[in-house]
Design a protein around this ligand. Sequence first.
Ligand SMILES: Cc1ncc(COP(=O)(O)O)c(C=O)c1O
Length: 370
Amino acid sequence: MIPPTDPKAAYFAHKDEIDRAVTETLDSGWYILGRQVESFEREFANYVGDAHAVGVASGTDAIELALRACGIGPGDVVLTVSHTAAATVAAIERCGASAYLVDIDPVTFTMDPRRLDEALGSGASGIRAVVPVHLYGHPADMPAIMDVARRRELLVVEDCAQAHGARLDGRRVGTWGDAAAFSFYPTKNLGALGDGGAVVTKDDALAERLKALREYGWTQRYVSTEAGINSRLDEIQAAVLRVRLRHLDDENGRRREIAARYDEALEAASVTRPVVRAGAEHVFHQYVVRAEDRDELRRHLSDHDIGTQIHYPKAIHQQPAYAALPQGTLADTNDAVARVLSLPMHPHLTDEQVATVARCIAEWRQRVEV
Ligand SMILES: Cc1ncc(COP(=O)(O)O)c(C=O)c1O
């Protein structure tokens, strides 16, 4: 079986280093907000290129707390995409705001800045922020999104859950907006061995507010200046993340190498391969093809023990919990949902496994044509 993703392989790839870091943390006797979290926050902020990183309990919390720290709350509307994880919208709603869904650029599957402009002209009131999502590891069109946002005085919180290390015009995702949210869910490019997340920002005051919000609103121990929650990155996960951060660039490099092999092997196949926009450095959290007969292709691969996934089988506006959200036209989102297929992608795939997947897709095409 070739699995679509493999968190166990990710652990075994650096097992000795991780085991040592975890044992050291266990032996330290300090398990919440200590040396490991502080060090990871410093190292991750350095890596991304922002002044601060604040560790929290998940990527969903990171989006919620980033929005809250920016002052977004009840009565506010936040523009985001429908082609994303439910977490993006759940976080917007949890901070008390409501989401307005805009369409994607069908080539990169990320927010279409023209649709953002259209949404702003729709007459919807209370729009205060934008959450672009760097989906699959491809950066959203941040120069154009920032241009619209600055013209309309909107705050921008980037959802970087799938794009650790990706760059646009030489600049990492996470450094474009007012704040950015990362997830360290185990299968992410930078994954913990459990849940975890972080907010990065250049803004000193925002970072201070985030540190309070993640811990009951405390500005000093046992004194809540405002209402907060409990959303702390724990020491053990931070220790694991410090190890894995040291390997992130190499692993992203391997993902790109696998993507190049898929690209080459699928050149003649009847699927549309991912496109990397000029100036973008994709980190291939997923390698997503578009296929007219996606479900048949998926069945064929499964019959040959190749696991695939669909990100996502339903867009946000197609889900019962969110069907009533205000939205622009979502034609490109609807089209993507029906055709996208994520091939196996993680840095520990062997060249042979990649070749097997590509061969299997090529065979399927021949079979269809017979
Ligand atoms: C695009 C996107 N946003 C947000 C999240 C939420 O992250 P977490 O699962 O750590 O809460 C995820 C992860 O599933 C995601 O893929």
